[in-house]
Design a protein around this ligand. Sequence first.
Ligand code: SAM
Length: 360
Amino acid sequence: MESLDGTEETLRGQAHIWKLMYAYADSMALKCAVELRVPDIVHSYGGGPVTLAQIASRIPSPSPGTAYLARIMRFLVRKNIFSANRCQPDGGHESHETLYSLTTSSRWLLQGPGSELSLAPLVLMENHPWVMSPWHYFGDCIKTGGIAFEMAHGRKVWDFASENPEFNRLFNDGMACLSGVVVRGIVEVYKDGFESIGSLVDVGGGVGKTLAEIIKSFSHIQGINFDLPHVVATAPAHDGVTHVGGNMFETIPHADAVFMKGIMHDWGDEDCIKILKNCRKAILKKNGKVIIVDVVLKPDGNGMFDEHGLVLDLVMMAHCSGGKERDELEWKKILEEGGFPRYNIIKTPSLSTIIEAYPL
Ligand SMILES: C[S@@+](CC[C@H](N)C(=O)[O-])C[C@H]1O[C@@H](n2cnc3c(N)ncnc32)[C@H](O)[C@@H]1O
């Protein structure tokens, strides 16, 4: 290996390390803006343009630190979360006031009016210290084969959620907002798939948001939202949805079809095969099916969300016991062993893909 010289290529290598070393600055600045509801404040002024003082005036504090806020805003403008223009308030030649507006990215961060599709609760969840601390244990996981979340918190994620109502709420809210975003794409591309179903059980359906959204478009479906008892205990009522608490490793309520979004990637292959075998028992009819919504990994792909699939794979490493993202071959293997040898892969306009699998 040659020593480091002063060529541009070498400097680029160095710059790349600086970028990765402080990559958390991106997520922390984003989290700060969401926590302070800056996107909502700008939205309340029609999406901008708005001055720093106007933003600061709506931050719930008797004396907001506008100098700090300006630095966070400058960084987020650089990251295209907000846009900025200089204005000349007194009509003079010196431009000294910056006006901020929403961009197509910050429109995904609203929590009040206009937030029907929002990723804000997920930003707050994924960047919470409880959720970030397992990331510090990857090296130990590699050395010992242990589970990062357990190393950080002394128990598995679902046990932590059942014992900690605040984490339970944070997690379920994050999942529910993601559902809102992903389900829109699913409903668009999988119309025929839902038309033919009379009853649908959403396994690990969280607080029922996904099923509620599906049933809004396909009101003939009888929905069963199935999740752990502490999750369904906090679930709001939804038209056409019955909440059932239980354990998918024991038994799954019967229905024409089983839906599972973001479930299989939480578990290792053996656990997935157990869940699929229980899905097989739950679908009574021969033409029953399981509809899996998860990532189909393309590690070298250059689609809009392909790199994010690899990020999600590490998210699974941080949070789950054996969870991982899978490429098509890995999916094929667990589907076959779980009793669903025939499958179709259907792309959606989101980071998730539909895998529709049949028993025969
Ligand atoms: C990653 S979340 C996905 C939630 C939802 N499907 C969504 O996409 O928003 C995984 C869900 O699986 C549920 N879960 C974990 N273990 C379970 C079990 N043994 N039986 C039923 N649900 C379980 C969790 O409570 C959680 O709601």
